[in-house]
Design a protein around this ligand. Structure first.
Ligand code: R5P
Length: 306
């Protein structure tokens, strides 16, 4: 009875022919036309609920050696992991100091070859895409020294990562790297962010500036996150993060202002409240002081119940 069986199966099917197939956009700026793998990786870095992220940057050692606050990454970083959305570091840091059990996505520092002892902009790409995939990277990243002595080389590094990443669905973070001689104003940061986006990067890390940060973001057609820069008083760092988010940034990729805070876990939690809950700076500083020296109440078993 094959015909009868086929008929009864047909009856059970419902193709919802009256319901149009939706073609939704994507929650991240400039990312609607990316393919599935790219979007999936970006959705691990940026929370799809609000499109924002708190990235913890601890890649400083690749140019600065044992940076204050992260002399022992194995001690400093794991307690902060529950409080952030994403880790940004080198493969050396990952394989030596970060428990592979973590489910947090990693943006892998892939440029190499310079140190603070010489010209910083003279970098190469030191990590193959194959190795980035072996480390399960959610994205790869390099410095972009627009206007620097090795501008062309650093932008070629960015293009290389974008080209390789596009083959495998791995997004690239282009970092606006400001050399000693360059001014961090809106004109420069806007120029650099735009160049980085036009060369194909999927998101841009830059610095907060005033006035004009809103125009830096508006002229950069990809998501923008800010670095923290040199250590500031905690209240000032929280205020800077608030102003950046208020003017269009979709997160932070912050290092020293978290791991050099008097209580790094409390600072990460306060930054998180600014980024994801739009907490005003005074309230965020109050939250920081409330959490300082205490378990943060996040309920994560690696943190408060550990
Ligand atoms: C700079 O070269 C590194 O990419 C850092 O990750 C970046 O500067 C963010 O760290 P911080 O918030 O300490 O400036």
């Amino acid at each position: 009875m094959p015909d009868a069986q086929a008929k009864s199966e047909d009856k059970a099917k419902d193709f919802f022919v009256d319901v149009p197939f939706e073609t939704p956009g994507f929650f991240l700026k400039g990312s609607a036309h990316l393919d599935w793998g790219m979007k999936n990786r970006l959705s691990r870095i940026f929370n799809p609920k609000d499109g924002r992220t708190v990235m913890l940057a601890f890649d400083h050692g690749y140019i600065m050696g044992p940076t204050s606050g992260i002399e022992r990454m194995d001690l400093a970083i794991p307690p902060l992991i529950p409080h952030v959305d994403c880790l940004m570091c080198t493969r050396g840091a990952l394989k030596t100091c970060i428990p592979p059990e973590t489910s947090k996505p990693v943006v892998l520092r892939s440029s190499a070859g310079a140190t603070v002892l010489k010209e910083l902009s003279n970098e190469v790409i030191g990590v193959t895409l194959e190795d980035a995939l072996r480390f399960n990277a959610a994205a790869v990243t390099c410095q972009c020294y627009v206007g620097g002595p090795f501008e062309k080389e650093s932008l070629a590094n960015l293009c290389h990562l974008v080209n390789e990443g596009n083959r495998y669905g791995v997004p690239t973070l282009g970092v606006t790297a400001v050399g000693r001689e360059l001014v961090r104003d809106a004109r420069y940061l806007g120029l650099a962010g735009r160049v980085i986006a036009e060369l194909g990067a999927h998101f841009n890390k830059t610095y907060y500036c005033e006035p004009g940060f809103d125009e830096v973001v508006a002229g950069t057609p990809i998501p923008v996150v800010i670095a923290g820069g040199k250590k500031l008083p905690e209240a000032d760092a929280l205020a800077m993060a608030y102003k950046a988010i208020d003017q269009g940034a979709v997160g932070v990729d912050m290092g020293r202002n978290i791991f050099l805070a008097e209580d790094p876990a409390a600072m990460a939690a306060a930054i998180r409240a600014v980024v994801h809950d739009n907490l005003k700076p005074d309230k965020a500083f109050q939250l920081y002081n409330d959490l300082k020296g205490k378990a943060c109440g996040c309920g994560d078993s690696d943190c408060c119940q550990g």
